[in-house]
Design a binder for this molecule. Structure first.
Ligand code: BGC
Length: 389
């Protein structure tokens, strides 16, 4: 419904507004107009609100910066806010964006189910809402979703865990010289209030479960349910403390070691690595387990080069930001953004048309090519584990 209203609004603007003329003349520049003030650098764009969850993760800072830059280059003003992973803060930031006259909203939610009333306000004001990376659930008022192929991310995490253990070869096929196993693994999942977390876990388990069933893989803690292994709010400390608990409860006798850990995000991997190192892994003949990740954060790229983390999943946030800008621009010009998936992302009320981007498994072998040569991270950032300002 909101999308239809939007299309209508766009057409009305085209029919009557001087803005339409400048839009057509300037080709590709931001449309909109009305409340929200003039565009950056004197361009005639409206205001776009960009709500990001937190600055604790490198990736969201990169996302926020890239979306802001892209929108400004398209001639829009941008209100970029980070919510410190606090739901009421994000709710009030979005309300403030609406009252400041935002003409479109791009939202990476903290809790995907907690924005219903803000999105009702947005719909009432005919503001198109783009769900960014994480699906906003239980609301009719989500117009578009830009993300990565989240199930495939999980498949890649599961695959890279098996490759690291030597069960699969580089191409993801059963390795000819696979060691016998069994391998002891532990499973982690992301925040239960993030729709992505279930997709990642299900994707990973689709690859791992057959190997658990045939006992190539063993989960000594027996903790295999999403609800048990999920880490609330994707907190590094939460992952560290769960790993510490597992080491105490299941591995303290000294006759069982951890061979692999399914970690769904780099920050969690780092918490897990800290717990393992504190418990003696990575020293003497106690090797660091194979540990997965996600986001290609500089801090984890360094850990991969240092041999402490095995893999990450590279999600090029520059491309995601570009999709978000394209979608916002499209709505603001009275068009529908182009979706490449209209089936997968049911948000509890409707299937949200989506644009999914591909992802890449990164290990030490292709880190340079994928992350450095593509300009995503610099040599320095990989070497220091810190993002240059
Ligand atoms: C994102 C991941 C990220 C995680 C924690 C998820 O919604 O898709 O890329 O690692 O949130 O911030």
């Amino acid at each position: 419904m909101a999308r239809k209203l939007w299309a209508k609004r766009g057409l009305a603007a085209l029919a009557t507004g001087a803005m339409a003329v400048s839009l057509a003349a300037c080709g590709g520049e931001g449309a909109g107009g009305g409340a929200g003030g003039g565009g950056g650098d004197g361009e005639e764009g409206g205001l776009v609100g960009v709500a990001m969850p937190t600055q604790t993760y490198e990736r969201w800072i990169a996302d926020g910066d890239a979306v802001k830059t892209g929108l400004e280059e398209a001639g829009y003003d941008v209100d970029l806010q980070f919510a410190g992973d606090d739901i009421p803060t994000q709710q009030s930031q979005i309300e403030a964006m609406i009252s400041k006259g935002a003409e479109a909203l791009i939202i990476a939610s903290i809790d995907g189910t907690a924005l219903g009333s803000q999105l009702e306000q947005a719909a009432a004001a005919d503001i198109p809402v783009i769900s960014y990376d994480r699906l906003i659930r239980d609301s009719e008022n989500v117009d578009f979703y830009v993300t990565f192929d989240n199930y495939e991310v999980g498949v890649q995490q599961g695959t890279s865990l098996l490759t690291g253990l030597g069960v699969l070869d580089e191409s993801g096929e059963p390795a000819a010289d696979a060691p016998e196993g069994p391998f002891n693994i532990e499973l982690f999942a992301g925040s239960p209030d993030d729709n992505n977390a279930g997709f990642f876990f299900d994707g990973a388990m689709s690859v791992l479960q057959p190997y658990i069933d045939d006992e190539t893989l063993v989960v000594p803690s027996e903790q295999t349910e999403f609800g048990t292994v999920a880490i609330q709010r994707w907190e590094q400390e939460g992952a560290q403390s769960r790993m510490e608990d597992l080491l105490t409860s299941t591995y303290s006798a000294g006759d069982t070691n951890v061979d692999g850990v399914l970690a769904p995000a780099d920050v969690l991997s780092r918490g897990i690595i800290t717990a393992l190192e504190n418990s003696g892994y990575g020293k003497g003949d106690l090797d660091m387990p194979i540990i997965t990740g996600q986001d290609a954060e500089a801090a984890s790229a360094k850990l991969i080069v240092d041999g402490k983390q095995y893999s990450t999943i590279f999600k090029d946030t520059r491309l995601l930001a570009e999709q978000a800008v394209t979608a916002a621009t499209s709505f603001l010009e009275g068009n529908e953004p182009e979706a490449n998936d209209t089936e997968t992302y049911e948000n509890g009320v409707k299937v949200v048309p989506s644009y999914l981007l591909p992802t890449v498994i990164v290990t030490e072998d292709n880190l340079e090519a994928e992350l450095v040569e593509s300009g995503y991270l610099t040599e320095d950032e990989v070497a220091s584990g810190q993002v240059d300002e």
